[in-house]
Design a protein around this ligand. Structure first.
Ligand SMILES: [Zn+2]
Length: 311
């Protein structure tokens, strides 16, 4: 079983709090992730939207924290730079770490910044957080939200060339469809659920889910309570999202995107509960083959189709 999680905020949280990635009181640490047999984790870099210089400074500090932790924990972790690394590493018992930028304010309009971040290991980008920036509009712009800017298109061209995954979480609906029409590879929506079951602006409506399926992409199921159900959500309610999306677009487009350490209230305890996924999904009548796809193989399919084989 290869378990992949498409989103956590642990590195950005720890860079504020000076905590340890190996063992901490949050939702995710290496000690518990190893026990849950996690194979690959996306680590988000995040700064509240600001001008590009302020934002880049914060992002670089988080990359420093990420590398300090990678060095300290090199016996448990390795950096996912290309698909060849991931393939070799998956059988070593170590956890692959994939670096993600949540909201691309730091890039400004400079493609040089994108290439530098790529050299530092960045392999996934969400163009926006909730707000508008130079590349696209985020969901918080509401009904007036616009789509992808010319600069946004240029960034997508460069991302495709370099082999950087496009993540459409947090983006406005218009930008979502613009980006799907423009980007030429399968995408991720790393941490979101189904709007039909929980009316949160960050969840995807049915037409977005259908478009994601046509693209060959994957949605990572989000653990944050507000995204699962309005009143006292449970793990069972989270499973309802998986069943709903599987019925609508097929099991091939579902993955896990915990959002660990991105919010206080989530429906599982933390990464330690990931050891329960197999039995939880099997209790909802998913076959072993389907469970393997949901827990990791679908996500790995997208990663393989975007990252270079040998960077
Ligand atoms: Zn997020």
């Amino acid at each position: 079983m290869r378990i992949v999680d498409l989103h956590c905020d642990t590195i950005s949280l720890l860079s504020e709090k000076e905590g340890s990635l190996y063992c901490n009181a949050g939702h995710f640490d290496i000690k518990r992730a190893l026990e849950s047999k996690l194979a690959l984790q996306f680590f988000a870099l995040f700064s509240m939207p600001a001008d590009c210089n302020t934002s880049m400074r914060q992002i670089l500090k988080q990359i420093d924290k990420f590398y300090l932790e990678m060095d300290k924990n090199s016996e448990y972790l390795f950096l996912a730079r290309d698909y060849n690394d991931i393939n070799k590493g998956l059988d070593s018992g170590k956890i692959a770490c994939l670096l993600h930028l949540e909201g691309a304010e730091a890039l400004g309009t400079d493609e040089e910044m994108l290439r530098i971040l790529y050299r530092l290991g960045l392999r996934s980008i969400g163009l926006t957080w909730n707000n508008r920036n130079l590349l696209a509009d985020g969901v918080a712009e509401g009904d007036q939200a616009g789509g992808l800017s010319l600069q946004g298109r240029q960034v997508l061209d460069e991302m495709s060339k370099l082999g950087i995954i496009l993540d459409l979480s947090h983006i406005s609906e218009k930008s979502f469809f613009d980006a799907l029409a423009y980007y030429d590879k399968p995408v991720l929506v790393s941490h979101a659920n189904a709007r039909a079951l929980c009316n949160h602006r960050r969840n995807l409506n049915d037409s977005q889910l259908r478009a994601l399926a046509i693209n060959g992409g994957v949605i990572g199921i989000n653990q944050v309570a507000d995204f699962v159900k309005e009143d006292s959500p449970t793990v069972d309610d989270l499973l309802d999202h998986i069943v709903y999306i599987a019925d609508l677009i097929g099991v091939e487009h579902i993955g896990l995107g915990s959002d660990f350490d991105g919010a206080d209230t989530i429906v599982m305890k933390g990464i330690e509960d990931y050891s329960k996924w197999e039995s939880l999904l099997s209790a909802r009548s998913f076959t072993q083959e389907e469970i393997e796809k949901i827990l990791g193989l679908n996500a790995l399919r997208v990663i393989e189709s975007v990252l270079n084989y040998d960077a």
